[in-house]
Design a protein. Structure first.
Lengths: 297, 425
C-alpha cells in the first residue's frame, strides 16, 4: 500500500515537472541564460571588434564607481523612482476608491483611467513632446499666454526629470489603480459592515480597516511600481537622449548607450548586473513577507 | 511508385536549376536619412535603376533610421550573423568601423578595378580626406554635406540691412543679430542637441584657431578641446545666448531649427546643405545662403555619410557591392543626387556636367557649399567617435545650461576624451 502511494506520488511529480517544462525552458532561455552571461561579461573587457573577451576582474565596476557620470545616472534613477512611485501609488489608490462602486458608466470611467497604460511609452513620449516642446509646446504656450516666461522644461536640468515624472505618473496611475481595485473588491464586506455598526465612518474606516487590509496588495504594487520605473528607456530616447548633460539619463538608457552606441559590452554588462542587484533588493521585502503578518486570508 | 518518385525528383532538380539561373545575387544595404525631404524614396529609385541594369544582382535597400540607429542596426545584424553587405554611415565613424572590424578596407577592390584609381582621384579632396584610416581607404563619399548659413532676406530688408551682404565675421554676426532680434524673432539659430553641437563647434573652432588645427589630429588619436581658442569659441556661443540675447537660450533641436527658420522665428541659422531643397521648397520668404561668418579665418565642418562594405562577406558579394557603389557615385548620379537633396556633389567631374551647370545658373544658392569647401575640414573624428561626440556634447550642454563655465566644460571634455583615447595611444 505504502509503495503504491509512492509510485503514484512519483508519477504526479513527473507530470508536474512535465507541465512546468515549457515555462522552465523559456525562463532558462530568456532569463537565466542572459543573467548568467551578463554576469560573466561584466568581468570582461569586451568591445565590438575584439576577437574574444578578456578577463579583467572587477575593473569595469571600479571604472564605473569612479565615474561621475555613473553616479549622476544613479542619482537620476533613484530620484525618478521617488518622484514617480509614491505619487502614482497614491493617485492609483484614490482612483481605485473613486471607481470602486456600481453605476451605469463606471466601466467607461475605469477604462478611461486605465487607458494611458495601454499605450506604448514611445507613443506617450511623442505626444507629450507636444506639451513640453520649447516655446511651441502646449505648456510654454499656456505660460506665455498668461504673460509668463516659457520654461522649456526639457532643456533645463532642474525640470527635465520632474517633467518626465509627471508624464510617467499620468501613465502609471491607471495601471496601479487596477491592482488596488481588485484589492478593494476582495475585502470582505462583512468587515466593513461590522465597522459601520461600530460607528466607524469615512476616514476612520479607511485608516483602520481598508488600508491595513490592503497591505499585501500595497506591497505587491510597490514592488511592481519600483521595478517598472527602473525598466524605462524609451521615453528618454524620444524626448532628450539624456540631455542636458545627462540630467535625464536613466540607468536602462545608460546601459543601452554603453552597449549599442559605444559598443562596449563589458561595461554595459556590468551596468546590467548593478541593475539586477537593485531590482533584487527592491523585490526582497515582498519575497520574505509572504508568510508574515502582512499576509491574511 | 518508383516512376512517381523519379518524376518528382526530376522536377525538383529542374526547379532548383531554374532558380539557380534566375536567382540574382541578393545584396542588402542599410542606409540612414538625416535630413527632411524624400531622400529615402530617392535611394529606393536609385537601387531600382541599378537592379534593372544589372539582372544578376539585386540590391535591397533598407532604411534604418538616423545615423545612430543605423550603426545600432548594423551592429545587431553582425552579432546575429545576418550582416548587410554594404551600408551608409557617417564618415566620422570610419575609425570605429575599422577598429571594430565592421567594415573592410577597399584598397584591394580599387586596385583590382582598372578604373579604380581614376574613380577615386575624381572625388573632391576635402571629402576623400574623410575616407582614410592609417593610409587605407575604408569608405567612399556619398551623401556629403557641409554647414552653411541660411538667412532671411525679407527680415534683412525689414531692419534696413542689405539682403545681399550677409555677415562675414563674428562681429558682424553679433551686429546684424542685434538688429534682427525683436520680440518675436531671434537673430541667430544654432542646434545644440547631442549629435549636432559638436558639428557646429568644429566650424567655430576652425574659424577661431591659430594653427589650422581645430579639435583633433588627423589620425584620430589626439584631441585639443581645451585650447584657449576653443574656450573662446564656446564662450562666443554663450555670449550669443546670454550677453547679446540674440539666440534662443537652452538647447534647440537640430530638426526644429529649420522649422523655426521657415516660420520666421529665427533670421539666420547654421544648418546642413542637405536641407537646402527642403528650405527652398518650403520658404515663404526670400532667403539667401552664405559662408559661415569668419572668426580669425573662414572655416566650416564637412559631414555626412559614406559607403562602407561589410567585413567578411564573400568576394563575389564584395565585387557586387563595389559595382553598386560605383553606380551610385557615377558622375551623373552624384550630380543628380546633389540636385535632389542639396548634398554637395562629391566628384570634380560633376561640376562639368550640363545638369549641374544649369542647376547652379537657375539656383545660385546651391553653389555656396561647393565654394566654401576650400575652407572646410572634417568634423570631430576620432577612435570611439560616438562616445567622443557624447563627451563633447555633454560638456557643451553643461556650459549652455550654466552648470559649468566654458573653460571648465572644455577642460572636463579634454580629460574625459583623453581617458577614452588612452587605449589607442
Amino acid at each position: 500500500m505504502k509503495q503504491k502511494m509512492t509510485k503514484r506520488a512519483r508519477r504526479e511529480t513527473a507530470i508536474g515537472w512535465a507541465l512546468l517544462l515549457p515555462a522552465l525552458l523559456f525562463m532558462c532561455v530568456f532569463t537565466v541564460y542572459p543573467v548568467v552571461r551578463s554576469i560573466v561579461l561584466s568581468l570582461m573587457k569586451y568591445k565590438m571588434g575584439m576577437d574574444a573577451p578578456e578577463f579583467i576582474g572587477f575593473a569595469n565596476f571600479t571604472r564605473l564607481f569612479g565615474s561621475s557620470t555613473f553616479w549622476k545616472v544613479m542619482r537620476n534613477t533613484v530620484s525618478f523612482a521617488l518622484m514617480t512611485v509614491i505619487p502614482s501609488m497614491v493617485i492609483g489608490l484614490v482612483l481605485a476608491m473613486l471607481v470602486n462602486r456600481k453605476g451605469r458608466h463606471i466601466g467607461f470611467i475605469r477604462t478611461a483611467y486605465f487607458y494611458p497604460s495601454v499605450m506604448p511609452m514611445i507613443a506617450i513620449a511623442s505626444v507629450w513632446m507636444f506639451i513640453y516642446m520649447a516655446k511651441n509646446g502646449l505648456l510654454d504656450q499656456m505660460l506665455m499666454s498668461l504673460g509668463l516666461a516659457p520654461m522649456d522644461v526639457l532643456s533645463n536640468k532642474a525640470t527635465v526629470l520632474p517633467a518626465m515624472a509627471v508624464m510617467y505618473v499620468w501613465r502609471e496611475s491607471g495601471y496601479l489603480m487596477v491592482f488596488f481595485l481588485s484589492g478593494l473588491q476582495s475585502i470582505n464586506s462583512d468587515v466593513l459592515e461590522a465597522a459601520a455598526i461600530d460607528g466607524a465612518t469615512g476616514w476612520k474606516t479607511f485608516r483602520h480597516i481598508t488600508l491595513p487590509l490592503l497591505a499585501p496588495t500595497t506591497l505587491f504594487i510597490s514592488t511592481i511600481a519600483f521595478t517598472n520605473c527602473f525598466k524605462l528607456a524609451d521615453h528618454v530616447i524620444i524626448m532628450t537622449e539624456g540631455a542636458p548633460n545627462n540630467a535625464s539619463t536613466l540607468l536602462l538608457y545608460y546601459i543601452y548607450q554603453q552597449g549599442f552606441t559605444n559598443m562596449n559590452y563589458g561595461v554595459s554588462s556590468a551596468l546590467t548586473v548593478i541593475m539586477l542587484v537593485i531590482l533584487l533588493i527592491v523585490s526582497v521585502p515582498r519575497f520574505f513577507s509572504q508568510d508574515r503578518k502582512i499576509h491574511y486570508a | 511508385m518508383k516512376k512517381l518518385v523519379g518524376t518528382l525528383l526530376a522536377l525538383v532538380m529542374v526547379l532548383s536549376l531554374m532558380t539557380a539561373v534566375a536567382e540574382p545575387l541578393q545584396l542588402t544595404m542599410y542606409f540612414p536619412v538625416n535630413v527632411g525631404g524624400s531622400a529615402a524614396a530617392l535611394i529606393d529609385a536609385m537601387t531600382q535603376d541599378f537592379n534593372a541594369e544589372n539582372p544578376d544582382i539585386h540590391v535591397d535597400a533598407v532604411y534604418t533610421g538616423n545615423y545612430d540607429d543605423t550603426v545600432t542596426a548594423i551592429q545587431s545584424a553582425i552579432q546575429g550573423g545576418n550582416a548587410p553587405d554594404l551600408f551608409v554611415s557617417l564618415a566620422t565613424q570610419r575609425f570605429t568601423m575599422a577598429d571594430t572590424k565592421m567594415a573592410m578596407p577597399l584598397d584591394d577592390l580599387i586596385a583590382a578595378d582598372p578604373e579604380g584609381q581614376t574613380f577615386i582621384d575624381d572625388f573632391i579632396d576635402g571629402f576623400m580626406l574623410d575616407s582614410y584610416v592609417d593610409g587605407s581607404i575604408y569608405s567612399i563619399p556619398f551623401q556629403r554635406s557641409t554647414m552653411v548659413m541660411y538667412y532671411n532676406k525679407d527680415a534683412f530688408r525689414e531692419v534696413g540691412l542689405d539682403p545681399d551682404a550677409p555677415p562675414t565675421t563674428w562681429d558682424e554676426l553679433v551686429e546684424y543679430g542685434l538688429k534682427l532680434t525683436n520680440e518675436n524673432r531671434k537673430g541667430v539659430g544654432l542646434a545644440l542637441n547631442s549629435g549636432s553641437a559638436q558639428w557646429a563647434f568644429t566650424g567655430f573652432s576652425l574659424q577661431n584657431c591659430t594653427n589650422g588645427v581645430g579639435l583633433m589630429s588627423a589620425d584620430g588619436k589626439q584631441i585639443y578641446f581645451n585650447t584657449p581658442e576653443n574656450v573662446e569659441a564656446l564662450q562666443f556661443w554663450l555670449d550669443l545666448q546670454n550677453k547679446y540675447e540674440i539666440m534662443n537660450k537652452g538647447i534647440v533641436q537640430w530638426t526644429d531649427l529649420p522649422t523655426q527658420f521657415l516660420a520666421g522665428e529665427v533670421a539666420m541659422i547654421y544648418h546642413t546643405t542637405g536641407n537646402l531643397t527642403n528650405i527652398k521648397n518650403n520658404a515663404t520668404f526670400d532667403f539667401g545662403v552664405c559662408f559661415l561668418p569668419a572668426g580669425r579665418q573662414w572655416g566650416a565642418p564637412t559631414g555626412g555619410g559614406n559607403f562602407y562594405i561589410t567585413n567578411g562577406i564573400s568576394e563575389e558579394r564584395q565585387q557586387a557591392a563595389w559595382k553598386f557603389i560605383k553606380f551610385c557615385c557615377s558622375t551623373e548620379r552624384a550630380a543628380q543626387w546633389s540636385i535632389d537633396t542639396g548634398y554637395v556633389a562629391t566628384r570634380e567631374s560633376c561640376y562639368e556636367t550640363e545638369l549641374l551647370k544649369n542647376y547652379y545658373a537657375s539656383f545660385p544658392q546651391a553653389l555656396v557649399a561647393y565654394e566654401q569647401l576650400q575652407y572646410a575640414q572634417p568634423e570631430l573624428t576620432t577612435y570611439s567617435a560616438a562616445e567622443m561626440w557624447r563627451i563633447l556634447n555633454d560638456n557643451i550642454q553643461a556650459a549652455v545650461t550654466g552648470e559649468m563655465t566654458a573653460e571648465e566644460a572644455l577642460e572636463a571634455a579634454q580629460e574625459q576624451g583623453e581617458e577614452l583615447l588612452a587605449d589607442y595611444q
